[in-house]
Design a protein around this ligand. Structure first.
Ligand code: GDP
Ligand code: MN
Length: 397
């Protein structure tokens, strides 16, 4: 689960991280009051979307020379004007894709005077099963670009969970960034509290780009991107309440309400499968036969007819879907329940694309009978290979 920059900053500030004062604004008429509560002399207006690269992004139908999603202004009035200009418009960045994201909130922040910008991230390093630090002097830039062109400028290390965070970790960050004097102490302290926040809140990633040294010589968190482990959200009602559903893929959102493991993808073949392993195998074999999956969907072990109906509706609601492959190996999941769900969903929403169904396992004969007696135009498949071949052929001709 992702949260907005202003929410991430408030969370990190509650652990003691240095951030600028700021106000989130949802309605244009509140922008002036919000800006007037900040000191200046610079007011920064920042689009709040769950995507990075806002500064270098552009608004759809932008005027000539119009700035992107991060704007530096010199007065309360100017800040309020820029906030009004951004709200409700669509911002396109290299992370949003060409469709962009609608800006429903802006954050007005007391501008910082920047001496230098750095890159810092904490993440779960799956290779070592530890929390890792990624540090670079090349802040405020595309870290992917730095990694590709000048990988030597990125320093990585992980923290042994048995000892946890130690001051030497912070010194290593400080040394990498070339910090001196008071900044080294600030860095040791800041890295420690970030590590604490990361572990306590079950974060998946915490990216600060840029971490800055101000003209006054102090470290400050100028941008913050945080994502949390979705499987741990139930432990953190405070984090769950920060969820902004308008930022999520509507199909993924609907799926989460029915406890379906669904991830939208770019391809043309909708998949309904039980079990994550079989779902991945199904995606692989679709690719093998020359097509692309439109989604990953694991309906789970004990899915009900209602859940299956909902899953089917989510798949058919995707205009990119040109064909559907239902691939069920019934163990705990019964084939007749799947069949009932599919039939009931088709009755409700109709079927405009080819549908291939492969059922195997518990109650397979009952399942096949339900499909056959439904009068639906279904292509039956005997096994996974047969199913994949048939759906790809049906879609690609
Ligand atoms: P992003 O483009 O989505 O990563 O948004 P950031 O919050 O990282 O802002 C992009 C850039 O805007 C930063 O790298 C800074 O150079 C600049 N910026 C953001 N906030 C301030 C500020 O308070 N003062 C100044 N001088 N520049 C800022
Ligand atoms: Mn940034």
């Amino acid at each position: 689960m992702n949260i907005h920059e202003y929410q991430a900053k408030a969370l990190l500030a509650s652990y003691g991280a240095p951030v600028s004062d700021g106000r989130a604004v949802l309605k244009a008429e509140d922008a002036k009051t919000a800006a007037s509560e900040l000191d200046g002399p610079i007011w920064v207006v920042k689009a709040q979307i769950h995507a990075g690269g806002r500064g270098k992004g552009h608004f759809q139908e932008a005027g000539a020379g119009e700035a992107g999603g991060v704007r530096l202004t010199k007065s309360v009035g100017e800040a309020a004007d820029e906030a009004k200009k951004m709200l409700g418009r669509t911002l396109v960045t290299h992370q949003t894709g060409p469709a962009g994201k609608q800006v429903n909130r802006v954050y007005i922040e007391d501008g910082a005077a920047i001496e230098s910008e750095f890159y810092l991230a904490l993440l779960v390093d799956r290779q070592t099963s530890r929390i890792g630090f990624v540090v670079s002097t090349e802040g405020g830039m595309d870290i992917e670009e730095v990694a590709a062109n000048t990988p030597e400028k990125i320093v990585n290390f992980t923290v042994d969970p048995a000892t946890g965070y130690q001051a030497f970790h912070g010194r290593r960050v400080a040394f990498t960034l070339g910090l001196t004097g008071q900044q080294v102490k600030q860095c040791i302290n800041l890295m420690g509290l970030l590590y604490k926040a990361f572990t306590e809140k079950d974060m998946e990633m915490l990216e600060i780009n840029p971490l800055i040294v101000t003209k006054a010589g102090d470290l400050k968190v100028l941008d913050a991107k945080v994502s949390f482990d979705g499987n741990a959200i139930y432990r953190h009602p405070d984090i769950a309440s920060l969820r902004d559903e308008t930022e999520e893929d509507p199909k993924e959102l609907a799926a989460s309400k029915f406890d379906l493991n669904y991830i939208a993808l770019d391809g043309e073949i909708g998949c309904m499968v039980n079990g994550a392993g079989l779902a991945m195998a199904t995606m692989d074999i679709i690719k093998l036969y020359g097509a692309e999956p439109a989604n990953f969907l694991d309906v789970g072990g004990g899915a009900t007819k209602e859940k299956v109906t909902e899953a089917f509706k989510i798949i058919t609601s995707d205009p990119q879907v040109k064909g559907i492959l239902v691939n069920i190996f019934g163990g705990i999941m019964r084939c007749d329940v799947i069949a009932e769900g599919v039939v009931s969903a088709v009755k409700e929403v109709g079927l405009k694309v080819p549908l291939v169904v492969r059922l195997e396992g518990t109650n397979v004969d009952e399942g096949k009978a339900i499909i056959n007696n439904s009068g639906l135009d279904v292509i039956a498949a005997d096994d996974l290979k047969d199913g994949a071949e048939k759906i790809v052929k049906a879609v690609k001709g």
